[in-house]
Write a protein that binds this ligand. Structure first.
Ligand SMILES: [Fe+2]
Ligand SMILES: [Fe+2]
Length: 328
């Protein structure tokens, strides 16, 4: 690197050099993302204009009426998806601290943040319009989640951030799409909204997956070790939300998102990055490769165990849906 101060401060000097060398690739991926994306706005989906039509008002009342039919398990999924999206300040900060503040990496971070910000907005607009929750209780949860911070154990390793975001974007894509399908037969508009969000997540996934692939090509052994630190157990962004474990259990029992979905994501990425086929590795790299390739069968065993446990019904209650009992 030249004498200029590095724009990225996390990571080893070698990692910083590799991330700087990847800048043209990031610029190119950002440009191709911009070509493929469809920019939509919350107001396109849930209009809230001063000048509203009678049709807008009728639609609002229809949505509110139909949303009364949403089952409580689906409401829990909506709450979890919304809270996860509202954690955006944590993620913007993590990306900025790991990838720096003045480079194509930060241009991507700002663009990504602008796109993600619409997700929390449009979901909040919907649940407010449709009267889905005890809104005050939900707002208090959101406040506590933001206030608690989110500091995953990445040891200032920017490669872990890129591995994490690859997995996480795909996971949120699944969660939104499956929540949408579960809502659709009661109230189709929320399915449409969630389809817009999950479309964005799939394009974000394509970006991070491509970038981590490049990192793997340029710094294979180190990248394999970073991946191994993140992949076995993805710390979902919401895990700081109080009641997160119970909410995640509801969502898993409702077959909206759980370890089997995560297993699919892991398998897909191991294959896309050709982890099993990498050769010429260091001893440490080969050990990481071997452990990575065993993750799917471990996840499978965990999913089987949880399914066996779920055979016994369990009851849940959450203040954001007025402590009604959910039995699953
Ligand atoms: Fe999102
Ligand atoms: Fe995303």
């Amino acid at each position: 690197m030249g004498s200029a101060a590095p724009k990225i401060s996390f990571g080893t000097p070698d990692q910083i050099e590799i991330l700087a060398a990847l800048e043209p690739f990031v610029r190119e991926q950002t440009a191709s993302h911009l070509e493929r994306r469809k920019l939509w706005f919350p107001n396109d989906l849930s209009p809230a204009d001063d000048q509203e039509t009678q049709q807008d008002i009728t639609e609002l009342l229809r949505v509110r009426d139909a949303a009364r039919g949403l089952p409580d398990a689906v409401r829990v999924a909506l709450a979890l998806n919304l809270l996860t999206e509202e954690g955006l300040p944590h993620f913007h900060r993590l990306i900025a601290t790991h990838l720096g503040n003045e480079s194509p990496w930060s241009d991507w971070n700002n663009l990504w943040t602008a796109e993600e910000d619409r997700h929390g907005c449009v979901l909040r607009d919907y649940v407010r319009d449709a009267r889905v929750f005890n809104m005050g209780a939900l707002e208090r949860m959101q406040y506590r989640y933001i206030e608690a911070g989110f500091n995953p154990d990445w040891h200032q390793d920017p490669y872990r951030l890129l591995a994490y975001t690859s997995l996480q974007e795909r996971a949120t894509q699944y969660a939104h799409a499956n929540t949408g399908r579960s809502c659709g037969r009661y109230e189709p508009k929320i399915q449409r909204i969630l389809a817009h969000i999950s479309g964005d997540e799939s394009r974000h996934y394509a970006f991070y997956r491509a970038v981590f692939h490049e990192v793997l090509k340029q710094d294979t052994n180190v990248a394999l070790n970073s991946l191994l630190k993140v992949m076995p157990a993805l710390a979902m962004p919401g895990h700081n939300i109080c009641d997160y474990e119970h909410m995640a259990d509801v969502v898993r029992r409702a077959d909206i998102y759980g370890p089997r979905h995560y297993q699919q994501i892991v398998e897909e990425l191991l294959e896309f990055w050709n982890i099993g086929g990498l050769t010429g590795l260091s001893a440490e790299g080969a050990a990481a490769q071997e452990k990575l390739m065993k993750i799917p069968s471990r996840l499978q065993r965990m999913a089987d165990y949880l399914d066996a446990k779920a055979a016994a019904e369990r009851t849940f209650s959450f203040d954001f849906i007025y402590d009604r009992t959910i039995t699953l």
